[in-house]
Design a protein around this ligand. Structure first.
Ligand code: BDR
Ligand code: CA
Length: 309
């Protein structure tokens, strides 16, 4: 049976790929959007566009317009002005089902057994949901996030974008007691890199979803490599989906993870206690290794399952 999930996202090139994969590999109960890579109206429009592209008939609910305490920050340098620059985009026909993503998350978890939360943007909506309805903590099947890092950051030396953008929300979510709690941070996603070959492979598939993904990658590779001086380009958000659907591809370690909300140099850092001793709660399964080749093969196979049009 496919796992039931709610995707909380800020599309975003890699969010888009995560949705395309989740559409085939999971049962998506709904998509919620958050301010992150781009302002909320754009991430919501992008999520709606993606549901139309992949033929996914689920509700889309817009969520938080800004982080809990900080002003909104976006990632135009990585994802362009629209959050999904690159492909030419058809006009979106549908609109969001509501602007209350938090209500949708709460109701869906209460009404369904074994729902996984899959946040792949800043954690504002999920933090508000567990604050407003603490009972959902016990009800979920688990949470699998893309965010944080056990090593380097990307926005700063120590902070990863999704946690950095709303560290107060991340702190609430990491300490809420959600279990299992899987973290695909930068230390992991940097091992799930894409290159020109993947674009060639996508172009060879010949369906409109794969073509759209290839157009996304053309932009994403170019913008990423400009900033990182040619390093391999990590495909972050799909790792949070694969961590549920294909956990055997990963090596996880149970760790205590807390979020720095105040530090002058470290705000937004996930502090991963790697000592392996002490009595701090082991609240997080931190992913350290991924079978990159098998993961990419699964990605390409899911893209092949879309019908040609
Ligand atoms: C994360 O930030 C965003 O730019 C990506 O979509 C991903 O979720 C990586 O730091
Ligand atoms: Ca994202």
């Amino acid at each position: 049976m496919k796992p039931k999930i709610i995707i909380d996202c800020d599309p975003g090139h890699d969010d888009a790929i995560a949705i395309m994969m989740a559409c085939q590999l999971t049962e998506i109960l709904g998509i919620t959007t958050v301010s992150g890579n781009a302002p909320l109206d754009l991430t919501t429009d992008n999520a709606l566009l993606l549901t139309e592209l992949v033929g996914l008939n689920v509700e889309v609910h817009a969520g938080a317009e800004k982080p809990l305490l900080l002003p909104p920050r976006h990632a135009e340098e990585a994802h362009g002005k629209t959050g999904l620059d690159g492909p030419s985009r058809p006009k979106v026909k549908r609109s969001a089902n509501s602007s209350d993503a938090v209500r949708f998350i709460i109701d869906t978890v209460r009404d369904n057994d074994d729902v996984w939360l899959v946040p792949i943007g800043p954690l504002t909506n999920v933090a508000l949901a567990v604050q407003q309805a603490p009972d959902i903590v016990e009800r979920v099947a688990g949470i699998s996030i893309m965010g944080g890092s056990a090593t380097v950051g990307n926005v700063t030396a120590t902070a990863e974008f999704n946690v950095w953008a709303d560290p107060h929300a991340a702190s609430i979510v990491f300490s809420a007691g959600l279990q299992p709690f899987r973290m695909a941070g930068l230390n992991l996603t940097h091992k799930f890199g894409i290159d020109e070959q993947i674009i060639t492979d996508l172009r060879g598939i010949n369906n409109q979803v794969a073509d759209f993904a290839a157009d996304l990658f053309d932009f994403y590779l170019m913008s990423y490599q400009k900033r990182t001086r040619g390093q391999r380009v990590p495909l972050h958000d799909p790792c949070a989906v694969l961590a549920i659907t294909h956990p055997e591809l990963f090596e996880f370690e149970l760790r205590n993870v807390t979020v720095e909300t105040e530090g002058v140099y470290t705000r937004g850092m996930t502090v991963v206690d790697q000592r392996g001793w002490g009595d701090q709660p082991l609240n997080c399964e931190v992913a350290y290794e991924i079978d990159r080749d098998r993961g990419m093969q699964i990605f390409l196979e899911t893209m092949e399952t879309y019908t040609v049009s």
